[in-house]
Design a protein around this ligand. Structure first.
Ligand code: PMV
Length: 320
């Protein structure tokens, strides 16, 4: 028997950083996924292989450790944590493949965690719901990272675009919003905890200047919620540009991110901004009719990934 599961990446459209201070945020699942396959091992050892991420390890599922056979398994702590919570430690062969760049702020760890847990539940015939899965995946992320917002694992489990309100309630958008985006990412990874800490220090030193910016970011997200529900691309683009300016004020911009944001606009994007924590990682550009031009422009110096929002969350099955 083989168990299969996949889960999508996410992008934050509005509200990164201000969400840490209780302001609303908007994020959605995108059409790039992580795939996990689990079957019985051909011998008495457990293995994890990824052809596209180019690594191979022998797993010690009991002790949350591994022996490296090939490559650099950046994402493995999430998989070991999931295995330690669900697996009965019988020998398995796990295959991971991912269309999501690792460490780029697109929620690769959440997607891998959600897909790993779903595949394990299928493999062991354990019942689960989206609610229980999102919760369990959040617990895994928290155990590995220390702190983690539930946003990534929720979006990765349920799919679609969600609005997270000031009182931390989730509302899925009902309208279809499938405008084309280009993600630009640098190989320089952002460190979310470090960036969040940097913003806090800046805010504590300059409360009279930074507090109004953070509340303006919240108001901007609420304005964007209306624009998204109307499918008003021009307005959404304008609000993305303003949001990028605010993120720059918070000190999370870099030379590379700036370069990608402005290149995108020069190449015809109607809006572009940092997505996620910044300090490295990714930008998003809204570019209806200009995907090709924007992709070519950014790809001259950085990496690109064309994406769209998707309604498809986690998916899993078994094959006998
Ligand atoms: O690094 P990412 O893409 O997971 O984004 C982090 C978003 C922050 O608002 C900066 C932090 C958080 O936990 O919400």
């Amino acid at each position: 028997m083989k168990a299969f599961a996949s889960a999508p990446a996410k992008m934050i459209l509005f509200g990164e950083h201000s969400v840490v201070y209780g302001e609303p945020a908007i994020a959605g699942a995108v059409n790039k996924r992580a795939f996990v396959q689990i079957k019985r091992s051909f011998n008495d050892k457990s293995y994890l292989k990824s052809y596209d991420l180019n690594f191979e390890v022998e797993l010690d599922t009991q002790n949350k450790s591994y022996i490296l056979k090939k490559g650099k398994p950046g994402i493995i702590r999430y998989i070991l944590e999931a295995l330690s919570r669900v697996h009965d430690h019988s020998p398995i062969m796990m295959i991971l493949s991912s269309q999501i760049p690792i460490g780029s702020g697109l929620g690769s760890s959440a997607a891998v965690t959600v897909a790993t847990l779903a595949a394990l539940y299928r493999y062991h015939n354990i019942r689960f719901t989206k609610k229980s899965l999102a919760h369990d995946a959040h617990m895994v992320e928290q155990a590995v990272q220390g702190v983690a917002s539930p946003l990534d694992t929720l979006v990765s489990t349920y799919g679609g675009i969600v609005y997270l309100s000031r009182n931390k309630k989730f509302y899925p958008f009902k309208t279809k919003f499938n405008a084309p985006f280009v993600v630009g990412y640098t190989t320089k990874h952002g460190n979310t905890a470090k960036m969040v800490k940097g913003v806090r220090i800046l805010k504590n030193r300059n409360p009279k200047l930074i507090d109004p910016v953070i509340s303006a970011m919240g108001n901007l997200t609420n304005t964007a919620k209306y624009a998204i529900s109307k499918g008003d691309y021009a307005r959404i683009g304008e609000l993305m540009n303003i949001n990028h300016g605010f993120l720059d004020v918070l000190g999370v911009n870099t030379v590379e991110l700036s370069r990608m944001v402005y290149t995108a606009r020069e190449c015809g994007a109607i809006g572009s901004k940092i997505t996620g924590a910044g300090g490295g990682g990714s930008v998003i550009a809204l570019c209806p009719g200009k995907t090709h031009e924007v992709s070519q422009g950014i790809a001259k110096q950085d990496n690109i990934l064309p994406v769209k929002f998707t309604k498809k969350g986690v998916s899993s099955r078994v094959r006998w």
